[in-house]
Design a protein around this ligand. Structure first.
Ligand code: 5AD
Ligand code: SF4
Ligand code: FES
Length: 354
């Protein structure tokens, strides 16, 4: 199939329906656009899974509040600093501080203090991305002033009806609040990342095409998306018999990455751990069709088994230095360079900011 110059919704759906064997033109075009616009360079963000305490109950997530089988933890300041130092010394350029959603003043202040500590050890040279759920304008401003400059908040699905099937029906889990929260991030001066899960129960190809168009309409700077993977301790598990096979969820994710690179040539696109969880070289495959960001896990090993959003998550036993060497090899194996010591800001943000 020839890839149309402008991708409208019906063209996107048609491409998403292609068998993988027929996707070479799509993948080759996405690879060419990546090379031309952002280059064959991958930027690293050390991922610190700071705490698995969460006030929410998303139906798909293994660390949801009501899952009593999870041992809850929060890293100490020293542990966060050690991890940040490791990222800095390894030339990672930036880190992501991720945790469940907690919105108490005590929590906001704690994060502010941690941001200040990280900036001290790294002389303000380490880029800092937050992934801490929906927060108030005051809290976001406080963290921005303390040195965080990027924020990830996935929309999870752009279809409001599907969103409500994936979340409890209370006021904490409303689609409209999620939309407002993403807008607030844009208005608060952050570089904004969002994303979706792919292959969710009840999700259609039309939904996925809408997700891609949603990203473009929202004009975001970064996207992280990956296959939905079931977790037996969650309510969504009862729908597992309706799911696509894992391999097909992976293939759909690969097509989504390639299509997104064509739709938004200058944004940052992550090769996600969920892709790696299904396919042993899933991240490398994503890099070859348009992804340009990888998030090596630098959480202390003793906590990793307690941060299982889904089953069989990759890199659970490996220490940070093992992931470092492993990832470097993997990225070089697909002829990409590593953007050592660079923040690797999305070109899109710089353009939008100007
Ligand atoms: N499968 C895949 N991704 C998941 N996430 C949460 N649960 C799952 C799951 N079961 C993703 C969500 C969330 C991100 C931190 O992890 O998209 O935003
Ligand atoms: Fe909490 Fe995020 Fe999991 Fe939802 S997806 S339960 S907000 S950690
Ligand atoms: Fe973690 Fe390979 S990236 S072990």
């Amino acid at each position: 199939m020839i890839i149309p110059a402008t991708l409208d919704k019906s063209a996107i759906i048609e491409l998403l329906s292609l068998p993988l064997a027929d996707c070479s033109p799509l993948f080759e075009k996405a690879a060419a656009v990546k090379r031309e616009i952002v280059g064959d360079v991958v930027y690293l963000r050390g991922l610190i899974e700071y705490s698995n305490v969460c006030s929410k109950n998303c139906h798909y997530c293994g660390i949801r509040k009501d899952n009593a089988n999870v041992e809850r933890y929060t890293m100490t300041d020293e542990e966060v600093i050690t991890a940040a130092q490791f990222a800095y010394n390894s030339g990672y350029g930036s880190i992501v501080l991720q945790a469940g959603e907690v919105s108490t003043p005590a929590h906001s202040q704690k994060i502010t203090r941690i941001l200040q500590l990280i900036n001290e050890v790294a002389n303000g040279k380490l880029g800092i991305t937050l992934s801490l759920g929906e927060q108030s304008a005051e809290t976001l401003a406080e963290w921005r002033n303390a040195g965080a400059h990027r924020y990830l908040l996935r929309i999870e699905t752009s279809n409001p009806a599907l969103y409500s099937k994936l979340h409890p029906a209370d006021t904490h889990h409303r689609y409209i609040h999620r939309i407002d929260a993403i807008q607030l991030l844009c208005d608060s001066g952050y570089q904004v990342g969002t994303g979706v899960m792919i292959g969710l129960p009840f999700q259609t190809l039309e939904d996925l095409a809408d997700d891609l168009l949603f990203f473009r309409n929202r004009d975001v700077d970064m996207i992280g998306m990956g296959p939905y993977i079931e977790h037996s301790d969650t309510p969504l598990y009862e729908h597992r018999s309706t799911l696509l096979p894992l391999q097909e969820r992976f293939e759909l994710s690969l097509k989504m990455v390639a299509l997104l690179r064509l739709l938004m040539p200058d944004i940052n696109i992550a090769a996600t751990t969920a892709m790696q969880t299904i396919d042993p070289i899933g991240r490398e495959k994503a890099i070859q069709v348009g992804a340009n960001v990888v998030m090596p896990n630098i959480t202390p090993v003793q906590y990793r088994k307690s941060y299982l959003l889904y089953e069989n998550k990759a890199c659970i036993e490996e220490a940070a230095v093992q992931c470092k060497h492993c990832l470097e090899r993997r990225i070089l194996s697909v002829n990409n360079k590593i953007g050592y010591g660079k923040w690797g800001d999305s070109q899109h943000f710089r353009r939008r900011d100007n």
